[in-house]
Design a protein around this ligand. Structure first.
Ligand SMILES: [Zn+2]
Length: 90
């Protein structure tokens, strides 16, 4: 058996600020209940977004990073995981 190291992967990403502008693939999140609070950040639905991916939809919290894969799929990633997984390219 030999040892292998994963090759570095470059991605495009930006931090979503909770405002609904025209970011591709992201739409406002509407909860089905009046008293929904986010299990991840504790916020209310109006500041959240929603994105559909090939593996289902995801709620996006304000401050989450949106990673764009191959120019089409948009994946949310929480900021702690993002900063431990990716470094900015100078
Ligand atoms: Zn949230």
């Amino acid at each position: 058996m030999a040892r292998y190291k994963m090759k570095p992967v470059e991605v495009e990403a930006y931090q979503w600020n909770g405002w609904h502008n025209s970011e591709p693939g992201i739409r406002p999140y509407f909860s089905k209940s009046d008293s929904w609070t986010c299990p991840k950040c504790g916020g209310i639905d109006i500041v959240h977004g929603w994105v559909d991916t090939m593996r289902g939809g995801h709620v996006i919290c304000p401050g989450d990073y949106i990673i764009t894969n191959f120019g089409e799929e948009h994946m949310p990633c929480n900021p702690d995981l993002f900063s431990s997984s990716y470094d900015p390219i100078a």
